[in-house]
Unconditional design. Structure first.
Lengths: 415, 362
């Protein structure tokens, strides 16, 4: 092989000359892509990064008890710590009392161990009577809990800047006083149920959507233009309607005195005084979510089916396959990319669905996203909401990864 | 064993899609066993509809279709045992060549070793040995077409239908495929019904050609008869090149008649579709049957002026103004003794009345 450099007609190496010629185009392209890139960073990369960061960030309390945490670092956690720890604690609490900000650490420490609330409040109240020196004794005199190692262990556990305790809480685990990971008490294990319910609902909604969407898409792809356009509008019309309006319509339809219940009673399937509950439970969530997510299954399926030539089915039949065999061996395998795309889309949307389960799901039909919303808006535990959100994101990415391994993302067809 | 003359029989078949227009009108057509019959016609003439009715994808609105003496209208497509090659090949894109060919055998529950032998035979017939593991997308158009042909033959069907199978190929490939399909037909003797709008294809391959127009068979005959002896103006126009004169019959006796053309000149013609004096007619004359400066005595001799000279490689076409027809075409072979042709020259043109067919005036 000759390694001789190829020169362009003006004597420059070909590569250099090519780069020069392309530079203007590259700049133009960058200029066009720039705004979008910026937009993505501001609206996508930054919020997600912030969410990840917030879920493990535990620096607030570190800033409020700086001396205590520095001092407690050397303590082995076995016997009661020495005098310097208590001295540092006095210094920090005195400052917090002066600035009247000690309330903020109470919630955080109480989360670590119950009982800190009264402990801190009482200590702060009596802080003015403290004398210099021998703080350890004075603290224990104010409240005997200062003499119990487990409270000081809890204090030590709150010291690190970063923590993954919120993630443990998300799967009903926690740190015990020794820093080991243990299960939450039985009556507080709610998140595992929610996760499982979310996966179950997303799975079944995907299945229902598939069962309903397949024949619709087939009709859309095979009917004459006149009818298929009409059908397409029927599929898309709900798509153009506000999500809230659609969900509220379901509330009207599904309520106990609603038309669907009326129909059930009229058909004699249930007694009038024993109307089935179709809403504020998991049934409502299933029905409404399936209807709302149906277009996301129909559209990829339709666009794949549209590309399947009708002569393939004819060929299958003329070669001796019954209509069923021709469908199973020829038509169905060719629609698999569409099924994959639609299912992935519906599943991922369903797993993070919020408004519909919130409105029609009730207690037994609410999903993990409702819990995230609760922690965002009501309990104001944003870091926990962020941890749950991150877990959801990781879950979706995992599903995507598994799908890619099993089917191959290149096989997805959205159109 | 005598061959069944009516192996495939269309008996007075009508077909309408919308209840307003008949696409096929009272079609009668008999196809002999082992014959290669082409349905030829312009688009919308009903030829593909006929094929689809035979395959079972469309049902006749009226009339019956017989296959080997049995009425097939109530037999679904998959039980008819008719092989079919589609316009766009219709190979199953998710199956290899082998699987494509195995499909008709598998649904018939033919044991694997026997199926393998059949597939082997079919692939060697279209000279595609060694392509078993390829996907259809990895094949060229011509190769895909061969796979489609092999697949339609692999299960030994009684009849093979081909719906414009060569339409998507380029010219050279199309020609070689024509010969290939013709040879396959000759070697295995299967009955083939072929649909095309390409007359060269039809003339090359067929035993008999059914020319379709307006939902009817205009003429069913062998390629040479179709070209030499068209029975009506549509066939004369549709097949090959044709010079035409409109006129009126002034005298008729035996195999000759006198026709007075629109410009007043009388010529001698062969009465095919005219019976009596006074009938309107259209005269058809093939370009190669008109001779320049004839040495022998001809029935008709007239002078024409060259309007245009078009060079075509092996021959030169002349557009001549003759007897009021400014589009009269003449073909002159490009032999070494070339005539000195110039635009505006006067030529002496002669032809016999046998070749000059007086047909219906349409």
């Amino acid at each position: 092989m000759s390694t001789e450099q190829i020169l362009s007609s003006d004597g420059l190496p070909l590569e250099v000359s090519l780069r020069k010629a392309e530079r203007k185009n590259k700049l133009k392209a960058l200029f066009l892509v720039g705004p979008l890139f910026l937009f993505l960073i501001i609206t996508y990369v930054f919020p997600i990064g912030d969410m990840l960061f917030r879920s493990i960030d535990d620096r607030k309390i570190t800033k409020m008890l700086p001396n205590t945490f520095t001092a407690i670092e050397k303590w082995d956690g076995q016997n009661l710590p020495e005098e310097p720890v208590y001295a540092a604690l006095y210094e920090d609490l005195a400052y917090l009392k002066k600035t009247k900000t000690y309330g903020k650490i109470i919630a955080r420490l109480n989360y670590e161990k119950g009982g800190f609330s009264s402990l801190i409040k009482k200590t702060v109240r009596k802080l003015g009577k403290f004398e210099d020196g021998n703080y350890k004794e004075q603290f224990i005199n104010v409240h005997k809990r200062w003499g119990q190692p487990e409270y000081l262990v809890a204090l030590k556990n709150a010291a690190p800047n970063w923590t993954y305790a919120k993630y443990l809480k998300g799967v009903d685990l926690k740190f015990d006083q020794n820093g080991d990971i243990v299960q939450q008490p039985e009556d507080r294990r709610i998140h595992k149920i929610l996760w499982l319910r979310t996966l179950k609902v997303a799975f079944w909604v995907t299945i229902f959507c598939f069962i309903l969407a397949y024949p619709i898409s087939y009709l859309l792809a095979t009917l004459p233009m006149k009818y298929s356009n009409l059908l397409m509008i029927c599929v898309l019309l709900p798509f153009w309607t506000s999500l809230l309006v659609r969900t509220s319509s379901w509330m009207v339809l599904l309520q106990q005195q609603g038309p669907i219940n009326d129909l059930i009673v009229m058909l004699g399937l249930a007694a009038n005084d024993n109307r089935p509950e179709l809403m504020y439970n998991v049934i409502g969530t299933f029905v409404a979510m399936t209807q709302i997510l149906l277009p996301f299954m129909v559209l990829p399926l339709y666009s794949v089916m549209k590309t399947i030539s009708p002569s393939l089915m004819r060929a299958g039949k003329s070669l001796g396959g019954t209509p069923f065999v021709a469908f199973r061996k020829i038509y169905f395998p060719l629609t698999v990319p569409g099924i994959g795309a639609g299912s992935l889309l519906v599943f991922i949307l369903a797993i993070g669905y919020y408004i519909t389960p919130a409105l029609v799901g009730g207690a037994s039909g609410s999903l993990i996203s409702n819990t995230i919303a609760y922690h965002m808006k009501s309990s104001l535990d944003w870091s926990f909401a962020a941890a749950l959100g991150t877990m959801l994101l990781v879950g979706v990415l995992t599903i995507y990864w598994i799908y890619n391994k099993l089917v191959g993302i290149d096989n997805i067809k959205l159109g | 064993m005598a061959k069944n003359k009516e192996f495939v029989k269309f008996d007075n078949v009508d077909k309408s899609y919308d209840g307003k227009i008949l696409v096929v009108k009272g079609l009668n057509l008999d196809i002999e066993e082992g014959e290669f019959v082409t349905m030829l016609g312009p688009s919308g003439s009903g030829k593909t509809t006929c094929l689809m009715m035979l395959a079972g994808f469309e049902t006749p609105t009226h009339g019956e279709i017989y296959l080997d003496g049995k009425v097939i209208s109530n037999i679904p497509p998959h039980k008819r045992g008719i092989g079919m090659v589609f316009q766009n090949y219709a190979l199953f894109p998710h199956m290899t060549v082998y699987e494509n060919l195995a499909f008709p055998l598998r649904v018939r529950k033919i044991p694997k070793d026997e199926a393998d032998k059949k597939i082997d035979k079919a692939l060697s017939m279209v000279s595609l040995h060694g392509f078993e593991a390829r996907m259809p997308m990895q094949l060229s158009g011509g190769q895909q077409q061969r796979v489609a042909v092999a697949r339609s033959l692999v299960f030994d069907p009684q009849v093979v239908l081909m719906d414009e199978p060569l339409g998507a190929l380029d010219k050279n490939l199309r020609e070689s495929m024509q010969y290939e399909i013709k040879h396959i037909h000759e070697s295995i003797g299967v009955t083939v019904v072929y649909v095309t709008h390409d007359q060269t294809e039809a003339l090359t391959m067929s035993n008999r050609i059914a020319v379709f127009n307006d939902g009817k068979v205009q003429q069913l005959s062998s390629p040479d008869e179709l070209y030499e002896q068209p029975v009506n103006s549509f066939v004369a126009e549709f097949i090959g090149e044709n010079n035409k004169f409109a006129g009126q019959v002034t005298d008729i006796s035996g195999d000759k008649c006198k026709v007075k053309l629109d410009n007043g000149v009388e010529i001698l013609a062969n009465p095919i579709a005219v019976k009596a004096k006074g009938e309107k007619t259209k005269i058809s004359l093939r370009p190669e049957r008109a001779i320049i400066d004839p040495k022998d005595k001809m029935d008709n001799n007239h002078k024409g002026k060259i309007e245009e000279i078009i060079y075509h490689g092996d021959h030169t076409r002349l557009r001549v103004d003759l007897l009021g027809n400014k589009d009269f075409i003449l073909k002159v072979p490009n032999s070494t003794a070339r005539l000195d042709l110039k635009k505006g020259n006067e030529l002496n043109i002669g032809w016999n009345s046998v070749d000059c067919r007086a047909l219906d005036p349409k």
